[in-house]
Design a protein around this ligand. Sequence first.
Ligand code: AMP
Length: 248
Amino acid sequence: MPSFKDLELSAAMQANLAQLGFSEPTDIQARALPHCLAGRDVIAMAQTGSGKTAAFGIGLIESLKPKLFAVQGLVLCPTRELADQVAKALREMARAQENIKVLTLCGGVSIGPQIGSLAHGAHIVVGTPGRIADHLRKGTLELKRVTTLVLDEADRMLDMGFQDTMEEILGYVPKQRQTLMFSATWPESIRKLSAGFQRDPVDVRAQTQSGNTDIQELFYEIPAQERTRAIVSLLSEQQPASCLVFAP
Ligand code: AMP
């Protein structure tokens, strides 16, 4: 498995990764990064927590032309939460280069300020398909200079019914590009999507899939005013050793 030092990364990126505490690549990074850096299309099976954001982010940032104020990288995510998380991680990785602007374009907020931000130029746009398509239809987003397109959690985007919107967006992106697709699962629909959007992709699967089938999912619908109390009672009942809470 290659280490970060074996990869052809800029000295600034190497130093930035060390500063972020990334001493060795994760399994998915070691498998995907050499191909991402070589400009190949990649279809990667990777879950959240596998280090997938850096697996596409490092190559994406290294390929940018900082002086060109045009969208060169487009990352499509299924949800606003993921888009925010990805944009934050990309900004941290982009500290290696001067003046890289990462813009988030998601629904649920008014479009006006986004149009203002777009007018100032961005190197990378991260967003949800619906809002990206809105901007394209309005003519407020220009994707003619995109060289790398990332579909993050592609399986969830399909589950959420974004197939047609993704196809519409692809119509605005140059055919000559690198397409990186990340998915936690590998259904037939994902392979079909890849066949439609990608060119001779390298198939990369992380070895360290959890393989844990012993997972029980519970769902409680709780009125907003009772949520804090419900969380307190859930935590005292379950007594988890560790716990992750996603809050809006
Ligand atoms: P992700 O799967 O992209 O959401 O990443 C999960 C977490 O792993 C994030 O908090 C990253 O900052 C962290 N991470 C990613 N790559 C590495 C690495 N090579 N070494 C240590 N931590 C990492």
